[in-house]
Design a protein around this ligand. Structure first.
Ligand SMILES: Cc1cc2nc3c(=O)[nH]c(=O)nc-3n(C[C@H](O)[C@H](O)[C@H](O)COP(=O)(O)OP(=O)(O)OC[C@H]3O[C@@H](n4cnc5c(N)ncnc54)[C@H](O)[C@@H]3O)c2cc1C
Length: 208
């Protein structure tokens, strides 16, 4: 999770799982999967009754492509979630929209974003012309530790941490181009909600 949350938090999550008996084989791939074992690329064998493959997802864009919609890592939409075809909207995992906070086109794979975009797209189909400017967020629960993340940072220049990861009470700010791009917290739900409200406020003033 280093790519999304930074090295400190990535290492913390790894240790947390190791403390619960998880063994990592990083930098390996599965060469083969048999009935009762997995063989890794380095020849090591792991006994396994059950294999869960968490190998990522890709948006299913064939239909959109055939229909002539503009595609670039998802279906491209404007701030109203409208595609390049009149009266065709896209929402959720498949939609790549102009995020007013980062100034980038982003595509987010989380269910609250999908739900909220579905609502905005539906209202815009009815002619409301409502911008989608909400701040993405997700929670990630690991045993009794929940990480709350608001904003979106595909990359950052600076990471600032306050509090203590060991005490499970901390806030991590990901700063990109001098702007606060995302905030991750552990044990600080109120702060997380306040950060979301603040980002929503900054967004509205950027748009206004
Ligand atoms: C293993 C896993 C764990 C996840 N955990 C979390 C989590 O903890 N928290 C969180 O916020 N998010 C989580 N997500 C992400 C979340 O599930 C997605 O963000 C959300 O489901 C996106 O909703 P959606 O409606 O955009 O897409 P989907 O739920 O993928 O729905 C798209 C639908 O379109 C259908 N479809 C595709 N092509 C066609 C076609 N040509 N014709 C007709 N139908 C078509 C598909 O069959 C599917 O039913 C998880 C995802 C996975 C895979």
């Amino acid at each position: 999770m280093e790519r999304v949350l930074g090295r400190e938090l990535g290492e913390f999550i790894r240790r947390l799982h190791e403390d619960h008996g998880v063994v990592f084989h990083l930098g390996q791939t599965a060469r083969s999967i048999d009935e009762a074992k997995v063989t890794l690329a380095d020849g090591n064998r792991i006994e396994a009754d059950l294999v869960v493959a968490g190998i990522g997802v890709r948006p299913a864009i064939e239909l959109a492509e055939q229909a002539g919609l503009a595609i670039d890592n998802g279906v491209l939409v404007d701030e109203l979630l409208q595609t390049n075809a009149p009266d065709v909207f896209a929402a959720g995992d498949i939609a790549r929209w102009p995020d007013p906070h980062s100034g980038e086109r982003i595509r987010v794979e989380h269910w609250v974003v999908a739900e909220r975009q579905g609502q905005t797209a539906a209202r815009n189909m009815l002619g409301f012309r409502e911008r989608f400017d909400q701040v993405p967020f997700f929670w990630s629960a690991h045993y009794d530790v929940t990480i709350s993340y608001v904003g979106h940072a595909s990359r950052w220049d600076r990471l600032e941490m306050s509090g203590s990861l060991q005490a499970r009470d901390c806030r991590i700010e990901l700063i990109a181009g001098g702007k606060l791009a995302a905030v991750a917290t552990i044990g600080r739900d109120r702060e997380s909600l306040e950060a979301e409200v603040e980002m929503e406020r900054v967004r509205s003033s950027n748009i206004a």
